[in-house]
Write a protein that binds this ligand. Structure first.
Ligand SMILES: Cc1cc2nc3c(=O)[nH]c(=O)nc-3n(C[C@H](O)[C@H](O)[C@H](O)COP(=O)(O)OP(=O)(O)OC[C@H]3O[C@@H](n4cnc5c(N)ncnc54)[C@H](O)[C@@H]3O)c2cc1C
Length: 380
């Protein structure tokens, strides 16, 4: 086991997903920042819909121009324009939700892996010290600093140990909230929603996504860049766990939904059943404390019905870093400023959470076709 020399830094960020990268980029000019992620590179994952308002954030951080660059025909695209959604929710009648009246214009369907690679590269170019695959191992508070021990998860590098002394830690490690959990902060779980998802080739010229409620939960499908498509079932883990074990069982359930059956028929080809992921609403009981704060999914994770997870991660990264920049407390570690930061950040996250819960209730309340079905009873 090799041990690297100790790094003295101002901000350590645990997790190089969307939240961690945006926070790192926003702080890079004014603070020494270390960003670690346990994955050597981002992996293919579900969650492709990037809200139109993300344009403002990308622009502010000088990321928009490169993000929107058109790629030559022989290269893979990072994103495609989101043309809106066909919604079968509350009745069999289709409702079309389009971006025409949105002042920010259209959003995007991103290639999620490529988007995260793009953000990681931008962070590196802006001077953030990036370490991957490096995983948080331990955190100890000593002499006004967080002593972070992290271990290389790369077998080749013979488990190098990294020690960082940081004035402030941002937990951007996603739903696992690894740093906060190490401090003993509890996570509240509000439901049991999971997503079963698959990818398939896309042959349709119509670039809209589709959402369709069913007795068991709800389905959605969206075209992805590079002629791919995602198809997913959202339901509660205890309602189906024993029923979906294979791609065949997943397809069988999808065929029972009229809109998904149509999509499968029109896009015949190899379906790759990916896996099951947690999609429930959760939040940390405490989102900030002594020289630390949780961000993105680590602080609050949303039901994918909202399609707002990435945008929330980006927007709250800017709220958090703006508070750090405005007060300057990471530089001087003033207790008064820090207390003000904690109160303001907690209030901001509480407001976002209250707004989210209100909208979630309204959306689920609009679907009344299966009043006796367990999935819907739990949400009404
Ligand atoms: C089914 C489903 C569909 C979704 N669809 C959408 C959508 O269409 N649009 C949308 O905006 N959002 C969507 N989301 C939500 C979105 O994916 C998340 O909100 C978003 O990924 C949050 O970003 P994050 O950076 O906070 O966390 P994450 O993306 O989870 O990133 C956390 C990072 O931390 C790293 N990490 C974890 N533990 C450690 C550790 N111990 N040490 C070092 N690194 C660590 C991980 O490797 C990862 O890179 C969806 C979610 C689900 C479940």
């Amino acid at each position: 086991m090799n041990t690297e020399k100790e790094h003295d830094i101002e901000v350590a960020i645990i997790g190089g997903g969307v939240a961690g990268c945006i926070a790192a980029i926003a702080l890079a000019e004014s603070h020494s920042v270390v960003l670690i992620d346990k994955l050597n590179e981002p992996v293919e994952r579900i969650g492709e819909c990037l809200a139109p308002a993300a344009r403002r954030i990308l622009k502010r951080l000088n990321l928009l121009q490169d993000f929107e660059k058109t790629v030559p025909a022989d290269q893979l695209s990072l994103h495609q324009k989101n043309m809106g959604m066909r919604s079968y929710w509350g009745s069999e009648q289709v409702h079309v939700v389009d971006p025409l009246r949105n002042p920010d214009g259209s959003g995007w369907h991103v290639d999620r892996k490529a988007f995260e690679v793009y953000l990681r590269e931008a962070a590196e170019q802006r001077g953030v010290q990036c370490y991957w695959p490096v995983q948080l191992y331990n955190a100890k508070y000593e002499n006004s600093r967080w002593c972070i021990t992290a271990i290389s998860a790369d077998k080749v590098s013979n488990n190098t140990v990294y020690n960082f002394k940081a004035k402030f830690v941002i937990d951007a490690s996603g739903r696992q909230s690894h740093f906060a959990r190490k401090l003993g902060v509890e996570r509240q779980h509000f439901d049991k929603l999971v997503a079963y998802w698959a990818t398939l080739p896309n042959y349709e010229t119509n670039k809209m996504s589709t959402i369709s409620a069913s007795e068991l939960g709800w389905w959605y499908s969206a075209p992805l860049p590079n002629n791919k498509r995602v198809l997913a079932l959202q339901t509660d883990s205890d309602l189906v766990d024993r029923r979906i074990k294979s791609c065949e069982q997943f397809i069988e359930l999808a065929q029972a939904n009229r809109e998904m059956a149509g999509i499968l028929d029109r896009n015949e080809g190899e379906i790759k059943f990916q896996k099951t992921v947690a999609a429930n609403s959760t939040r940390l009981e405490q989102v900030t404390g002594q020289q630390w704060a949780a961000l993105g999914d680590a602080a609050t994770s949303f039901d994918p019905l909202s399609s707002q997870g990435m945008f929330n991660a980006m927007a709250s990264a800017l709220q958090l870093t703006d508070l750090i920049l405005e007060s300057g407390f990471v530089k001087d570690l003033s207790m008064v400023k820090m207390q003000h930061f904690q109160a303001t950040y907690t209030h901001q996250i509480d407001q976002i959470w209250a707004h989210y819960l209100k909208h979630k209730r309204i959306y689920y309340g609009q679907e009344r076709r299966w009043e006796d079905a367990e999935f819907w009873k739990r949400r009404h």
